[in-house]
Ligand binder design. Sequence first.
Ligand code: C2O
Ligand code: CU
Length: 484
Amino acid sequence: MSERLTLTEDIPSTLRLRMLRPVLLLCIAVVLLGCEGQSARNLLPSHVPLIDINPDPAITEVRLIASPARKEYLPGKLADVWAYRDGARSDSVGTVPGPMLQARVGEQVIVHFQNDLPAPTTVHWHGLRVPNAHDGSMSSQHEIPPGGTYDYRFVVQDAGSFWYHPHINAPEQVEKGLYAPLIVQGDPAISVAAERYLVLDDVKLLGSGKLDEAVDPLDIMLGRPGNVLLVNGQREGRIEVPSGSRERWRLVNVANGRYFNLRLPGHRFYVIGWDGGLLPIPYVTETLLIAPGERYDVLVTFESPPAGHLALQNIYYDRGHNLQDPGPKDLVEVVYGPAGPPPAALPTVLRIPSSVSVHKNTPVRPFVLKEIEDPVNGATFQINGERWPMNTPLHVTRGSTEIWEIEANPEMDHPFHLHGMFFQVLSIDGVPPSVQWGWKDTVNVPRGRKLRLAVQYDPPGTWMFHCHILEHAERGMMGELVID
Ligand code: C2O
Ligand code: CU
């Protein structure tokens, strides 16, 4: 029988008891994670960019390979993972997260992708507006078989923080390590001492340090909650920040189903961007909720040196199903280093507001997200009473605008993602959101609430929309939008 790590998790024992088959209850956690403060925390690795093999400054051309690899999540113990690596570096090895794709607005990107996995895959460029054939979903291309290749080509249109991941059997493939950051440069410069892309994840490990491949009904319901939290693929990492100065943090949640609710005690997040790039008007928050698939871009000023230990923490967020508060968990230790340049004045306007125009005759299209509980075989999930892949594709006209009214079942939240285009949130239960004009491709739909989104249909093709809790999407909560 497999040994499991002690759960650092927010799963109430009553729920586990209800959901788990009795045999699993015999599993005793035997490995304790290193105690807080005792392990020397390692500096977080920075992301290695994919090498641009094309000298033309208007083109970024890279070689990307997906293959089996090894990863040391727990000290001295190797996990078998699947990972991306840079095919242009002869000595490259697969890393989790994978190498970062970087480009500038207006550039043409060519990715020569090679599948060295023992299973078919695709690559989806989450959030990028790309021609349909290069979107990497099962609705827009054939699967790339083991040993197969595919050339993705697109022009990057929007500056912002994105990521890429497979779109076949995503709950397994992303959990195994296939995910990587993607940055499109080209927004107005904001003066900061440093910039980081923090990729947030969790992973479900056995005491042996290997991935726990068993999936129980609770994993299906919550999206495979891991027992180890990771930032840039590392647990219990450390960052050193410039005292008295400011950094820009890009944040993405790549977990199968975990919600991250961030807090940095004594500091505030000055939110400058969302999925679709900079916000017209930034805002300040003490806690930052990031649902699976979402990105946030924040400025953090380090002028309050802590008396003791300071860490970026994940705190409780009530996502439904009566999950209890396990208390704050440290994601990464934050250490004040030597003084940096004093922060410049904070920008108050970052972008000219633009919006999808809707009026009282704009058609409203309802979407009802529903969970069908099954404690024995695991839940299934529906959109408007249908389960992907038995869904009926929606047909709409290019250039037209509609309001999507998305209602989540009363049991739990669902992060809703649409491929191919950005949208704007118009209202939550009829009330306009406090932050307006921000562009999103993934939005959390809180349980029992109704969100209205403005969507303008472009470009043509078949685009997937789904819950970004990967187990939910794979088990039915996914549909297709055909724009012609
Ligand atoms: Cu990030 Cu359809 O996915
Ligand atoms: Cu969901």
